[in-house]
Each structure stands twice: as structure tokens, then as C-alpha cells.
Design a protein around this ligand. Structure first.
Ligand code: UDP
Length: 470
């Protein structure tokens, strides 16, 4: 009987790109095991990752995409936080996903159901059909540990976590300043918190986690796991299988940004980009421009504006003439390029002239930086980015930290602070240390996913289990 693995991701760019890589990796390990990926329509307009699914669908790989129809969301989501929006949307798909799984089971052996951590409402559906559920965890070990520990934290602490005068303890992991917690955990009265707590409780019911990290990057995970999941083998397995990244660096190689980089000296350019959601208020964009000018360094900057309140889009192209300080573009013409929209980030990070990356520390961006050995400046904006930044600066030594005006998530960064961090990264002692660590971890990243590497072996073991009765 034919065997298949069903993958049910969420369709935001940051979560979709890496799960598609997982599908490709599984298919390469066992071409006879088919992969069926159930895709909800993108919540916020066409995602750049959609093109990626089409490319993969057109290859000879045994990966199939099923595009689910849109469903009506009956509640008003205008003011909902993204975690609520995504969780509610996924819940509405329960009947459709259940039908698909049932009909697949009639003709095929469904070896595993691999879901995103926002899709835990689907665990029951698979359990009814005796299909083991796995989570492909699109972020790193720190967030995973926090989520696995959250049910206990919730029971132990009754006040708001952010009011804590001490750091939050996460077993096996660095203790975390309260304001650096995952964003929806900062207001426990909000629906987004209730959803995260719900997901964190359900995560204990699954068979295993495939985590987009690797042992040498986050070695604390192995020690943390026994403290986070039930002992005696009853809890889920936790297996690092990364870094899984869409690394087709040829994509975008004819982009104007790449042509501009071709003319710059090796390692001389600092690149600024804030992920698929990352847009800054116009006054902050102006301040960034001032900071870059003060730094005297070469730069490539994907500068995007915040959409007007209430508009369900992630960002809008920046109107550079209007937003940037008078004469800035002219004055920096010889050493900087500002691109007002989406840029081919992987092609940029892989370019020899890029020597630093000011990043929001989204997990894919972090891993891409690691893969290409580009040292970071951390400028987290939301979601788990502050946790990632804290770990990168304080535990892993892979980023220079950027100080904000206050502990608020949206706090302002002054031009002089950006200037300091950029100079430090590109010419300072701290930058040199970060660069050296990045170089070392880059080699380890590549080793992890090569045949015989730790992540490769973990995934091979799981795929062998899924292929057992073939
Ligand atoms: N990305 C890109 N160009 C952009 C912005 C983002 O190619 O202008 C890609 C980036 O390479 C990464 C993904 O979008 O693969 C963003 O994922 P990440 O987890 O870093 O952040 P998120 O978008 O989830 O905040």
C-alpha cells in the first residue's frame, strides 16, 4: 500500500518556506514516501512563499499540494492579534482537513500528520484516525522550551509575567527578562494568550517535534528536553532537523540590489531587513537613515512603511522621497542603496560583499544569517523575536545588541544607537568576536544537514519509521 505523510502548515511566509524544505528533504530521503501538503489560502494576500510551492510542485519530487478553498471567518478580526487570527482560521478548517485525511486513509497509509504549532486544534482529528501527529517547529529551541513549560508557568504565577521583578526561568535554557517574552504572553487577559496556552497544552499530546535548529547551534535543548516533556518515553520526542532553508540563491540573482552589491568591496555592506511583516513607522525610517549616514558604512536597506491602521496587509512600499531626510539619498548615493519593498534576502546574504545584517531576528532570517556566516545586529519587533535576540546576543554571541529607548516592543531606536551598533559590528572588537563565532557556526550548520550530520540522521530515523510498512 502506498504511504503518505500529510503536512498541514500555516501559510504565512516565515512558516511556509521552511516546511516546504522539510517536505523536499523527506522526499529526497525516501522518494517512495509521498508528501501531501494541505494549504489554506494565504491569510494576508498572496505570500511570496506561494511561488515557492509552485516551483516545488513542478519538480519530480513526490510532493503534492492540495489548495483548500477559503472558509468564512464569522468573527470580527479587525483588532485580533495575529496569533488569534491564525488559530481561529485553522480551527475553521477542521471539517475540511478531517474529510481530506479520511478520504486519504481509504486508499493510502497515512504514516504521519505533520502540523505547525498553531494547528494543534487538528491533533484530535488525526488521533481519531490513529495517525501519529508531529509538529514541525518553525522557530528555535528557546521558544519551544518556553511553550512546553508554559502550562506550568501559567499554574505557578498568577500575576502578569511582565510584572515579574526577576527573570522568567525556563528549564535548561537561559532565564529570560520578562519583557523579552513571546509577545502574546505579555497580556494574559488577551485572546492571543489563551490561544498560546491552549497550543502549549496540546503540544504535550503529540508524538514528536521536528525542530528547525541543529544541535551545535542550540546545544542546551538536549539537556532541557527531559525537564520539559513527560519522562519514561511517554512524552513527545524532540528532534532538531535543521537548518531547513529555501536556499536557491539563484533566485533574485539578476535583481538590481545584487547588481549593486557586485560593485562593493568584500564584507563591506551592512544589510537591513525586517522579515515578511517588518515595516517601521515613518519617523523610525527617518531615524534609521540618519543612523546609517552617521555610521559612514556602506548599506543596503529594505525600507518598508507600516500600513494604515485597520488595513489587512503586512506592509506597504516606502515612499522614499517623502519619508527620508532631505538630500539623504543624494548624499549617500555612493555607498548606500535603499530599496522600498521586498528584496531577495537569501541572494543578498550569500553575496560576498555583505558583512553584517541588521535583522528583526525572525527565525528563518536568523538561520539564513548563520548559514551564510553573516554576523547580526538584533532589532526585534514582535512575536518571539525578542527572545531570539536575547539568546543571540547573550547566550550564543552571534549578534550585537541594539538598545531601544524603552522596554516597549515598538520602542524607538535612536540614530546614534544604530550608528554605534553598526560601527561596532563592522569595525569594533565585539563585531570581530561575533564574526568569528558566526564563521564557526556556519560550518557546523552545513555539517548538520549533510549525510551523516546530526539533523540529517534525526530526520532519516523518523522517515525510516514512517516508511516501515512500505
Ligand atoms: N524575506 C525575503 N525578503 C524580504 C523579507 C523577507 O526574502 O524582503 C524572507 C527571508 O529570507 C525569510 C523570510 O522571508 O526567509 C522571513 O522569515 P523570518 O522567519 O525571518 O521572519 P517573519 O517573516 O516570519 O517575521
Amino acid at each position: 500500500m502506498e504511504s503518505t505523510v500529510v503536512i498541514f502548515p500555516i501559510t504565512t511566509t516565515g512558516h511556509l518556506v521552511s516546511v516546504i524544505e522539510l517536505a523536499k528533504f523527506i522526499s529526497q530521503l525516501n522518494p517512495r514516501l509521498s508528501i501531501t501538503t494541505l494549504l489554506m489560502p494565504s491569510l494576508l494576500g498572496p505570500s511570496p512563499a506561494s511561488a515557492h510551492t509552485e516551483t516545488v510542485a513542478s519538480t519530480a519530487l513526490n510532493v503534492r499540494f492540495v489548495h483548500l478553498p477559503p472558509v468564512e471567518l464569522t468573527v470580527n478580526l479587525q483588532n485580533a492579534q495575529p496569533e488569534t487570527l491564525v488559530s481561529l482560521c485553522v480551527e475553521r478548517y477542521k471539517p475540511l482537513v478531517s474529510d481530506h485525511l479520511r478520504s486519504l486513509c481509504a486508499s493510502t497509509k497515512v504514516s504521519a500528520f505533520v502540523i505547525d504549532f498553531f494547528c494543534t486544534t487538528m491533533i484530535d482529528v488525526a488521533a481519531q484516525l490513529n495517525i501519529p501527529t508531529y509538529v514541525f517547529f518553525t522557530s528555535g529551541a528557546y521558544l519551544l522550551s518556553l511553550l512546553l513549560h508554559l502550562p506550568k508557568l501559567d499554574a505557578m504565577i498568577s500575576s502578569e509575567f511582565v510584572e515579574s521583578t526577576t527573570n522568567i526561568t525556563i528549564p535548561g535554557m537561559p532565564s529570560l527578562p520578562p519583557h523579552d517574552l513571546l509577545m502574546p504572553l505579555k497580556d494574559r487577559k488577551n485572546d492571543a494568550y489563551r490561544w498560546m496556552l491552549y497550543h502549549s497544552q496540546k503540544l504535550h499530546e503529540i508524538k514528536g517535534f521536528l525542530v528547525n535548529t541543529f544541535d551545535d547551534l542550540q546545544p542546551r535543548l538536549a539537556d532541557a528536553v527531559p525537564q520539559l516533556v513527560a519522562g519514561d518515553g511517554a512524552g513527545p520526542a524532540v528532534l532538531p532537523v535543521g537548518p531547513l532553508l529555501a536556499l536557491d540563491t539563484n533566485k533574485g540573482s539578476d535583481h538590481e540590489c545584487i547588481q549593486w552589491l557586485d560593485d562593493q568591496p568584500d564584507g563591506s555592506v551592512v544589510f537591513l531587513c525586517f522579515g515578511s511583516w517588518g515595516a517601521l513607522p515613518d519617523n523610525q525610517l527617518r531615524e534609521v537613515a540618519r543612523g546609517l549616514e552617521l555610521s559612514g558604512q556602506r548599506f543596503l536597506w529594505s525600507a518598508r512603511s507600516r500600513p494604515p491602521p485597520g488595513e489587512m496587509i503586512q506592509w506597504r512600499d516606502a515612499n522614499l522621497e517623502e519619508v527620508l531626510p532631505d538630500g539623504f539619498l543624494e548624499r549617500t548615493r555612493d555607498r548606500g542603496l535603499v530599496w522600498p519593498t521586498w528584496v531577495p534576502q537569501v541572494a543578498i546574504l550569500s553575496h560576498r560583499s555583505v558583512g553584517g545584517f541588521v535583522s528583526h531576528c525572525g527565525w528563518n532570517s536568523t538561520l539564513e544569517s548563520v548559514w551564510f556566516g553573516v554576523p547580526l545586529i538584533s532589532w526585534p519587533l514582535f512575536a518571539e523575536q525578542r527572545m531570539n535576540a536575547f539568546e543571540l546576543v547573550n547566550d550564543l554571541g552571534l549578534a550585537v545588541g541594539l538598545k531601544k529607548e524603552s522596554v516597549e516592543d515598538d520602542a524607538f531606536v535612536r540614530a546614534e544607537e544604530l550608528e554605534r551598533a553598526v560601527r561596532q559590528l563592522m569595525e569594533g572588537e565585539e563585531g570581530e568576536m561575533v564574526r568569528t563565532k558566526m564563521k564557526a557556526v556556519k560550518e557546523l550548520a552545513r555539517k548538520a544537514v549533510k549525510e551523516g550530520g546530526s539533523s540529517y540522521n534525526n530526520l532519516k530515523m523518523v522517515v525510516a519509521e514512517w516508511s516501515r510498512d512500505q
